[in-house]
Design a protein. Structure first.
Length: 443
């Protein structure tokens, strides 16, 4: 019957989960902004205060890395690789090790602490892991069997709610999260994005992430800028991805004899380097980089070396082992690169920043459709569809020539391997006489 609890319970649980993603993303964003403001307030106002990051940032990095390692394993980094890995695993127990509600809560808290410490990280990737975790738990509670589809839906809802970019959330689900996308998940993804978006709209209203820009590419010089931003941004993005993947794998091998000690020393060292870069840049590289990217989109030229300083701060924050995403910092790097190229070409700072973001972001994640759609929705200027598409495709093509392995999928392989290794160890233990079942992954 249509009033049967067995029929309605899964739907109600799914709807509640999607709405929860929207609400949590808004709260997460507010807390992240507060954390960054507190860091700025503490580290500005006097000569001695400007040097406080040398103390605060390494300590904050070390604390976050310690808690992540001991209390919230698998919370490190962006969170998108964990969601991708969970979709490839077949046992719920293994998925929970990457997408538990406890882990999601820890991810939010540690990302906020990282931002309070001056880390060059974003909240958007963590929101994806949180969204995927909520939907996976909804599947378990509601008795739904489409775990992979629900993880995909939760991830898409996370992106849509974090940026107020519903189309980008859907494209992200198809292009980045679900390289083997199943058409039967269309309804789940659309429903989750709509409900999470409505929850976000109800709390903060409709807005564009970077405001609105009316500048468009028209002159021949602008098309030369598109070419340079696409190729240059893609090359720099590929370098970021390649270094991150190689460093992550090498670090894992190097710290293997004493993993906790190695993790803490790495975090402290990266934190100190991020602090020094931040001081040299006048505080510009601390935090997500949202303010700098927005000012560039609005037409203000950024310092010529900002993109390089932000690149280094973001790279060190990423390999440090603390929780935090790369979406917002990548957009800031791209905006800085575009701004610098705009000065050389004598082009509009606003147009150059937008094109730089498209090229660099497409190079980092190797997802050109996601890159141009998300930036299109962030700026609200549909006159730049073709220029953004060109910059994104050029960035993607250049990145593929330099680094054949997409960043998120490359990082996800380590989580898949660890989960399978733990499962094999568990099965061997259980098969032995008198064997005791070890704890599940992530516990």
């Amino acid at each position: 019957m249509w009033m049967s609890p067995r029929l309605w319970k899964p739907r109600l649980v799914f709807w509640a989960g999607a709405i929860a993603i929207g609400v949590i993303s808004v709260v997460f964003a507010e807390l992240a902004d507060i954390a960054q403001k507190l860091f700025r307030d503490v580290t500005t106002g006097g000569t001695w205060q400007a040097w406080l990051p040398v103390l605060i940032t390494p300590l904050g990095f070390t604390f976050c890395a310690w808690i992540a390692y001991t209390v919230f394993p698998n919370s490190q980094g962006s969170g998108i690789p964990q969601a991708i890995a969970a979709r490839h695993l077949t046992h719920d127990e293994d998925r929970i090790g990457l997408l538990s509600l406890k882990l999601a809560a820890g991810k939010v808290v540690l990302t906020i602490i990282g931002l309070f410490s001056g880390a060059s990280i974003g909240r958007e990737g963590p929101t994806v892991q949180v969204g995927a975790a909520i939907m996976l738990q909804s599947a378990r509670f509601g008795g739904m069997e489409q775990a992979r589809g629900l993880i995909l839906a939760g991830s898409a809802a996370g992106i849509a709610a974090a940026f107020n970019t519903p189309l980008a959330g859907i494209v992200f689900a198809i292009e980045e999260m679900g390289r083997a996308y199943a058409a039967r998940t269309n309804g789940l993804v659309l429903s989750a994005v709509i409900l999470a978006g409505l929850a976000s709209l109800g709390l903060v209203g409709n807005y564009t992430y970077f405001g609105r820009t009316a500048v468009t590419a028209s002159a021949s010089a602008d098309w030369a800028l598109i070419l340079v931003c696409g190729v240059g941004g893609g090359a720099l993005g590929a370098i970021f991805s390649a270094i991150t993947l190689k460093a992550s794998r090498r670090i894992k091998r190097l710290i293997q004899p004493q993993p906790l000690r190695g993790t803490l020393l790495l975090a402290a060292g990266c934190g100190l380097a991020v602090a020094l870069i931040g001081i040299v840049s006048g505080g510009q590289t601390f935090g997500t980089g949202y303010d700098q990217a927005r000012s560039a989109v609005e037409g203000t030229s950024l310092p010529p070396l900002f993109f390089l300083e932000k690149f280094l701060a973001g790279l060190l924050s990423t390999i440090s082992g603390i929780p935090g995403g790369i979406f917002a910092p990548s957009l800031a790097v791209g905006a800085g690169l575009g701004s610098s190229l705009g000065l050389i070409f004598g082009a509009s700072a606003s147009l150059a920043a937008v094109l730089g973001m498209a090229g660099y972001f497409a190079g980092v994640v190797q997802a050109p459709m996601t890159a141009f759609v998300i930036i299109l929705e962030m700026t609200g200027n549909h006159d730049n569809v073709i220029p953004l598409m060109c910059a994104s495709v050029l960035g993607y093509g250049t990145a593929r020539l330099i680094s054949h392995e997409p960043l998120y999928h490359g990082l996800s392989r380590a989580y898949i391997a660890d989960a399978l290794r733990l499962r094999r160890a568990r099965e061997r233990t259980e098969s032995e006489p008198g064997g005791v079942k070890p704890p599940p992954a992530g516990k």
